[in-house]
Design a protein around this ligand. Structure first.
Ligand code: FAD
Length: 426
């Protein structure tokens, strides 16, 4: 790894070189090779090779505009693997949640902020994948997002409605020709200020979630205005605050009419939360790979610092927790893949049970990522906190993981409701 930001070098050449992308991938692979099926392990390695070449080809310093990388990554089929996308003649192999997990691991090790930018595009394409109904404009948007030619965002949160997302204030009014007029404001949309396509939720009656609708919006249309919000922990990701002023959505772009949007929202939240879990686990592995290499090479008092219990033991503990979460995540990915293969879609009951599982894993993984990324940086001393490696990016991104996709309190709220349901079933 070159001195990441071209800034003042704090870590010696030998250690920096050892923390190369290739070596960190090798560390990950040695951890996973015995638990992954060959088709997924091979895909992981193929994706890794792409990013190693990409890093060399462009002499990446991680100061770049990450959005400019996405078209080339999309060409390689690495924006998403949630589906085969045979309707787009892409026919990805392997595909599904386990493949998506592998993709996230490869992307995160390359650049943790990139996973967030591409992740929001994936959130925007998921509803199109489920509800394109062969409508030409939807298929076009889907293809552009899957192949990374265009950027997507998803607009749920509003300035006055965050955790309480269902009681929206953004309105949609139907015209006689089946088009809709949107008015209102959204906030904190990942990619909002860079998106070409947006998935927008609105209600026909303010504060009434039962009247929620879902739309595909071309951000070049009149009535769409986005301002950039800066989240200092992820300075290269463009979040947005959007204002809709009489924004007209033609009938082909209405994905769910008022009344059906709420179901789409919750279905999307399961996938969103599981996607966040994959990113969180990848962040943990990335941090542990940095810290393991560093602690095995850095000497103080004439000993490698890993040999001190104060360093080696907490690192071992974070490794154990990360591996446990990886096994749990792989298990749920595998179950989803099996159900998809068997039924072609996720059965309703399973999707309902998945609400609690997604919340449990999202809550646990966000907390773990925050602890592990900071914990690893801490064990590396100044080298973990300076800007020479991706550790500074990992500390930043892991600190916002508990808020996006519903805060930790909201995940616990969902879990407590699920416990009530389980009690009622006795
Ligand atoms: C980096 C980032 C990316 C994001 N990306 C997107 C995106 O792409 N699209 C999108 O639509 N939104 C996005 N969001 C918005 C995110 O989903 C919201 O920030 C989140 O749901 C919380 O809403 P809020 O910020 O308004 O906080 P509030 O809802 O105002 O919450 C403030 C505090 O109150 C707590 N709280 C609220 N209600 C309860 C309750 N019932 N019980 C206990 N505690 C409660 C919360 O946990 C929190 O601690 C993103 C946010 C961030 C920070």
């Amino acid at each position: 790894m070159e001195n990441k930001k071209g800034a003042v070098q704090c870590i010696n050449d030998e250690i920096l070189e050892k923390m190369s992308l290739q070596n960190r991938y090798n560390f990950l692979n040695n951890n996973l090779m015995s638990i992954l099926k060959p088709k997924y392990f091979n895909f992981l390695r193929k994706a890794q090779k792409f990013f190693i070449r990409f890093e060399k080809k462009y002499n990446i310093t991680h100061n770049e505009d990450l959005y400019e990388w996405i078209p080339e990554i999309g060409k390689e089929g690495l924006v998403t693997r949630v589906n085969k996308f045979s309707e787009l003649d892409l026919n990805y192999e392997p595909y599904g949640m386990t493949a998506e997990f592998m993709r996230c691991l490869a992307v995160d090790f390359f650049d943790p902020q990139l996973i967030m930018g591409m992740g929001a595009s994936v959130l925007a394409l998921n509803p199109l994948m489920l509800y394109h109904e062969d409508v030409e404009v939807r298929l076009k948007a889907l293809k552009e997002l899957v192949t990374g030619q265009k950027i997507g965002c998803i607009c749920i949160t509003e300035p006055e409605r965050g955790s309480d997302a269902v009681h929206m204030l953004t309105t949609c009014e139907e015209n006689e020709d089946g088009s809709f007029i949107l008015n209102g404001e959204k906030i904190y949309q990942t990619n909002g200020a860079r998106a070409d396509w947006a998935i927008v939720y609105a209600v026909s009656e303010k504060n009434n979630g039962n009247t929620m609708a879902q739309f595909l919006v071309d951000t070049t249309w009149d009535g769409w205005n986005a301002e950039r919000i800066n989240i200092p922990w992820t300075p290269r990701v463009y979040l947005g605050k959007e204002t809709f002023t009489n924004l007209r959505v033609p009938p082909d772009y209405v994905l769910a009419k008022p009344g059906i949007g709420r179901e789409h929202l919750f279905e999307g939240l399961n996938l969103e939360r599981l996607g966040i879990v994959l990113a969180n686990v990848a962040e943990c592995w990335n941090a542990i790979s940095h810290a393991t290499i560093y602690a095995n090479m850095r000497k103080q008092f004439d000993q490698e610092i890993l040999k001190y219990q104060g360093v080696g033991f907490p690192l071992g503990e974070m490794w154990a927790k990360t591996m446990s979460l990886t096994l749990a995540t792989l298990h749920i990915c595998q179950i989803i893949d099996e159900k998809m293969e068997q039924f072609g879609t996720l059965p309703k009951n399973f999707n309902l049970a998945l609400v609690a599982t997604a919340s449990q894993l999202k809550f646990q993984s966000a907390k773990l990522s925050e602890r592990v990324c900071f914990g690893c940086a801490d064990l590396m001393g100044g080298a973990g906190l300076c800007d020479n490696t991706l550790m500074s990016d990992l500390i930043g991104i892991s600190r916002i993981g508990q808020v996006g996709g519903g805060t930790s309190q909201i995940q616990k709220y969902i879990m407590s409701l699920a416990l009530r349901q389980l009690f009622k079933m006795l």
